[in-house]
Design a protein around this ligand. Structure first.
Ligand SMILES: C[S@@+](CC[C@H](N)C(=O)[O-])C[C@H]1O[C@@H](n2cnc3c(N)ncnc32)[C@H](O)[C@@H]1O
Length: 478
């Protein structure tokens, strides 16, 4: 259809106003009629793309946006819309290429830039994503919303320095902004997990470490600690007479630990280095290899803080050959448990006369428990499920078959697991539960069976254990 110029302009304005008002079907009808007259017009394809997207046809929208970008390559909106639409379709490689074109053509900060960073991150390109965020922060000095977005995303993706830099600019622009204050709290809290507090108050843990440290340390002994936190174990070693080098990979924690050393008159005896142990070097950080290693980088399931790799690295590079370590070995110990309350924690059946059992498909593979109210029945003896002989430097096999011998009949719900630390030849710490859950810095881990099942005395329940940095996994043995 061909229209007179004034009719054409009027129809175009009408189609644009339909798009702006969200009347996409009317817009598309009008735009289709204008196709011949606007065949070489980039703005036309951009608007038609918006209408197609509004009508729920992102593939068609992407075609229109691509045509708009082809006709006017300097049109940043065409590239951003194309990138956004492709990202929505999961075509991340094409989306990244389009968004990069948009960013290159756009002088002012834009949320398209943020989208580019998000798609890069989603594609596993975290460093690239952070580099784009840093560029966005540089270009957004006067843009509070962009700075806020940079700070949130940089924190989420682990670049605390960038998150704090963007936040500082945001606070300079908008002093007292409540979002900025909330963000400041979040950035701090995310760096320092709340379990530090119960951990420092775990008197049994602290006493066991102090005992082993006193037994190992003689005046002047050169000690290396991995992961100082507030510095408690380093302080214990210094109190026993050691010269301590410790490290902490979270800079804010390391800074605070340094202050704590000063406050306790131990700054001469303890040197805190704000880096991961794997980045320490003999010569630069430690004058000579250490004579004793102390560490407490143990998660409740033993594996998620990567203790074996960190200790093996320190042993290979930073310790004297044969130097002792505290702990020297650690184990995950477990037993089969059952009982109504435990079954109900992890599964659902009939409630108020309604069958909710399909919800069991969401039952977790493991939960960390610090409950004080639940009771349970122990149905087997204790079994050492996994052991790291840290001093030997040999990680346990990736997989093992576990046989729990039933000592009491009942309905088995799963395996309850705790940690056992061999701190030295005489000192063992474990958060072994009694018939109720016990409080400790370490939580108890519960791994449910695929379904609760009755067991009888003497029977062996065989489960397959595997582990990774993601945690321990218990599955039915086939
Ligand atoms: C469980 S806390 C223990 C703190 C203190 N040693 C104590 O026992 O009271 C472990 C600390 O080590 C840090 N960390 C973990 N792995 C590390 C590593 N490889 N190098 C340096 N710090 C590490 C964590 O950020 C955390 O602050």
């Amino acid at each position: 259809m061909v229209f007179a110029a004034d009719t054409l302009a009027a129809r175009w304005r009408e189609a644009v106003s339909h798009v702006n008002a969200g009347r996409f079907a009317a817009a598309e009808q009008g735009l289709a009629a204008l196709a011949l007259s606007y065949a070489g017009n980039a703005e036309y394809f951009l608007v038609r793309g918006l209408a197609a997207r509004g009508l729920g046809d992102p593939s068609k929208a992407a075609e229109y946006f691509r045509e708009a970008a082809r006709l006017a390559p300097d049109k940043a909106d065409a590239w951003f819309n194309l990138g956004e639409t492709l990202a929505g379709l999961g075509r991340d490689g094409e989306a990244i290429a389009a968004l990069r074109q948009g960013v290159a053509r756009f002088a002012r900060p834009s949320m398209g830039w943020l989208l580019l960073a998000q798609v890069l991150e989603r594609s596993g390109e975290r460093d690239e994503a952070l580099a784009e965020l840093a560029r966005l922060a540089e270009a957004s000095q006067g843009e509070p919303e962009a700075l806020k977005a940079v700070s949130i995303h940089a924190n989420r993706w682990g670049d605390v320095t960038l998150a704090q830099r963007a936040l500082a600019r945001l606070q300079a622009l908008k002093p007292g902004d409540p979002d900025a204050q909330a963000l400041r709290h979040k950035i701090t809290a995310d760096q320092v997990p709340p379990w530090h507090f119960p951990m420092m108050h775990d008197a049994a843990r602290n006493a066991a470490y102090d005992r082993a440290i006193r037994r190992a340390v003689r005046p002047g002994l050169r000690v290396l600690e991995i992961g100082t936190g507030a510095g408690l174990l380093a302080l214990m070693a210094a109190r026993a007479g050691a010269q301590v080098t410790t490290c902490e990979m979270v800079p804010a924690i390391a800074e605070t630990a340094t202050e704590i050393m000063r406050r306790n008159g131990m700054a001469e005896r303890v040197r805190v280095i704000a880096r991961a142990s794997t980045e320490l070097e003999i010569g630069a950080d430690l004058e000579r290899p250490a004579e004793l290693l102390i560490s407490e980088i143990l998660s409740s399931d033993l594996v998620t803080e990567n203790v074996a790799a960190a200790v093996a690295d320190a042993q290979a590079r930073l310790l004297q050959p044969g130097a002792p370590m505290i702990p020297r070995a650690v184990a995950a110990v477990g037993r089969l448990i059952g009982g109504e309350e435990i079954v109900r924690l992890m599964s659902v059946g009939t409630v108020e006369g309604f069958d909710l059992s399909p919800f069991n498909r969401f039952a977790p593979g493991a939960i960390a428990a610090r409950f004080s109210d639940q009771s349970f029945d122990s149905l087997s003896g204790d079994l050492e499920m996994l052991r790291f002989d840290l001093a030997l430097g040999s990680p346990p096999p990736r997989e093992a078959m576990l046989d729990f011998t039933v000592t009491r009949a009942g309905t088995a719900a799963g395996v309850l697991q705790w940690v056992r630390l061999q701190l030295d030849e005489e000192t063992v710490f474990e958060n072994r539960p009694g018939e109720r859950f016990t409080a400790s810095a370490w939580k108890l881990m519960f791994y449910p069976l695929p379904a609760p099942r009755p067991v009888s005395v003497g029977e062996s329940v065989r489960l397959r254990l595997s582990h990774s940095i993601g945690g321990l996994v218990l599955t039915a043995a086939v």
